[in-house]
Write a protein that binds this ligand. Structure first.
Ligand code: G6P
Length: 612
């Protein structure tokens, strides 16, 4: 979703802004722009629809934009179509104040009408222009920029992270945040703001996360932060452990492929700090045994792929804990008046830690008296900070919009958590615990093994990349896995695809199966393999082509029914989906490659969705 970068220092701002925006491209955007205050105190803005390459061309066609202070933005359209005028930065009528903004100003229409009645003429259809115009209005009226900033913040409703420049203060950048991520970076050569740490890694690893209601004033020499009452505050600085190479392609054609290939290592980093001497150790839950023993229900809440992890969690945790576990879409959960209380644990899963629906669900759960445990990848993100307990996946930065290593590490961590809770509650014996943990130990190696030979996925993709429609079927954990396989395929290849519980197909969807339709049958779940086989036979009887994903153990049951058979090493049934998703990610990747799609930045999608 939209990205913000800002710089004030001793170097030229535009190259830094463009570099930062490039690193934010992965969030998804449809237009981009920059603003600088020149040494002559002129505010200059260049912005355009389209990719950053178009913005670069525009910049080359004009007098160089000089200045050591600037803000930049990649926009993912919400209010107003993606065009040059609606792109950020937005400036006020007097041309004094420029604003970049992420989030949505909910009462923008009312403020716009009010300002229009006062004769202010708007250029764009955006909610963001309201901020710039209102700030200039207050600045004219109050004569003090900070008074104007606080007046605007008091008047607008909704979510925002914003960077502000004013040509009357050519050495000063202002930042404000509420319900949208924004951090401050401290560099040797100046100071920065960014919506995402990846934009800053090249310049600094020392950052401060802004909290809701805070306002920061940055100059080349320092940063002052104020709370919502305008009191100056000291905030801790954090050191980011990720290095620059973690956010670069490192020789791979796409971030997605790089991140697929990193999964063995990523899962190792998730598991190894949490397994000691044959036991799961989750330090963040130390001393919480009585609480965990009193649990009567678990609700897993998430969006997109993280929700699919939640579906896996429903099957796995219910089996381990023998209490009801349900997975909910965060966008539904938050408005469903959920039945919660102190005996229900709400688990929020989010790679970015910034997904607005998941954040809102978290707040709803806390309001209703439940503890929230989050499984998050991005350290210091909003969901991580607002949860009662946060478990990090330690997967490293994930840049491709289509998630891969975040998904597998979330799944591994959720199951590890299940084993930990089962032990606390006396629901697992030493033998079963050992069986699972032994397999956890071998999991990274098995992942690397699967990823060491990509030929079968490349060949299957070359054969089937022209399909109009693909169906995924599976039972139990394989059903949950199919949801993710189907999403991976459709989000990056744009092939229509659906996923069904294998036993449900005959209740309607089987009418869509005709000769040549591709069905991807997930057949890794041993206890139900004979049932799954019957469902494969049903679609074969209607002419479907079948790719079966099986294990060494289940392959004999399905091999005579498969046009392509992908065989995975066997592991503990609860962990099988961690391996099972690998062929699905790779198939989706190579299909999209064959179709010439923009794999890392699929159309219309955003990596981190900070709107409802
Ligand atoms: C977006 C992304 C998905 C992701 C979902 C949840 O829709 O495109 O890939 O699964 O958000 O994101 P989160 O950061 O909360 O895991």
């Amino acid at each position: 979703m939209c990205g913000i970068i800002g710089y004030v220092g001793k170097s030229e701002a535009v190259p830094i802004l463009l570099d930062g925006l490039e690193r934010l491209e992965y969030r998804g955007y449809d237009s981009a722009g920059v603003a600088v205050v020149s040494p002559e105190s002129e505010l200059r803005v260049v912005k355009t629809k389209g990719r950053l390459s178009v913005l670069r061309e525009h910049l080359e066609q004009q007098d160089p934009l000089r200045g050591t202070i600037g803000i930049g933005h990649t926009r993912w359209a919400t209010h107003g179509e993606p065009n040059d005028t609606n792109a950020h930065p937005h400036i006020g009528q007097d041309g004094k104040i420029a604003v970049v903004h992420n989030g949505i100003i909910e009462n923008y229409l009312e403020i716009r009408e009010l300002l229009e009645r006062k004769g202010i003429i708007f250029q764009s259809e955006t909610d963001t222009e309201v901020i710039a115009q209102l700030m200039e209005y207050y600045y004219r009226k109050l004569g003090n920029l900070m008074d104007a900033v606080y007046a605007v913040l008091g008047r607008i409703e909704g979510a925002y992270a914003m960077g502000i420049l004013c040509k009357d203060f050519p050495g000063q950048m202002i930042a404000a945040r509420k319900d949208a991520p924004l951090l401050i970076g401290y560099g040797e050569d100046g100071n920065y703001i960014a919506s995402d740490v990846t934009a800053l890694l090249r310049y600094t690893r020392t950052v401060t996360y802004m909290e809701d209601g805070e306002v920061a004033v940055l100059t080349a020499d320092g940063v002052q932060i104020f709370d919502q009452d305008r009191t100056a505050i000291d905030k801790p600085r954090h050191t980011i452990e990720w290095d620059v190479s973690a956010a670069e392609k490192g020789g791979y054609a796409h971030f997605m492929l790089k991140e697929i290939m990193e999964q063995g290592e990523a899962v190792r980093k998730t598991i190894s700090p949490r397994v000691h001497d044959g036991r799961v150790v989750i330090e963040e839950l130390a001393g919480m045994e009585p609480y965990l023993q009193g649990l009567r229900k678990i609700c897993i809440v998430a969006c997109g792929s993280a929700y699919h992890v939640g579906m896996i969690g429903k099957y796995a945790l219910e089996r381990l804990l023998r209490i009801p576990v349900d997975a909910y879409l965060a966008s539904e959960f938050r408005y469903s008046e959920p039945l919660l209380g102190d005996d229900t644990l709400v688990i929020v899963i989010s790679q970015s830690g910034e997904t607005l629906d998941s954040m809102a669900a978290l707040r709803e759960a806390k309001k209703r008296g439940s503890k929230v445990l989050s499984i998050v990848n991005v350290v210091g993100s909003s969901i991580a900070r607002e949860s009662d307990i946060t478990l990090y996946t330690w997967a490293g930065p994930e840049i491709a919009v289509a998630t891969t290593k975040a998904y597998t590490t979330q799944m591994a961590l959720l199951i590890l958590l299940g084993v930990y809770c089962a032990e606390c509650n006396g629901k697992i014996d030493a033998e079963e615990r050992k069986a699972i943990l032994d397999e956890f130990d071998k999991l990274p190696e098995k992942i690397d093994g699967v990823l060491s030979d990509l030929k079968i996925y490349q060949e299957a993709a070359a054969r089937y990349f022209n399909q109009d429609s693909v169906f995924f079927i599976g039972r139990n954990l394989d059903y949950a896995l199919g949801l993710e396989g189907s999403l991976k395929l459709k989000e990056i290849s744009y092939i229509h695809s659906e996923s069904y519980a294998a036993g449900e197909l005959k209740h309607g969807t089987i009418s869509l199966i005709e000769p040549g339709t591709l069905v991807i049958a997930l057949a890794t779940y041993t206890p139900l393999i004979e049932k799954t086989r019957s469902n494969i036979v049903e679609v074969r009887a209607r002419g479907a082509d079948v790719i079966a994903v099986a294990t060494e153990e289940t392959a004999p049951y399905v091999k005579d029914q498969a046009d392509e058979l992908m065989i995975l090493p066997k592991t503990h049934p609860l962990l099988q989906s961690v391996l099972g998703v690998l062929p699905l990610q790779l198939f989706a990747y190579y299909v999209a490659l064959n179709r010439g799609c923009d794999i890392d930045k699929p159309r219309n999608l955003a990596k981190s969705v900070t709107v409802e």
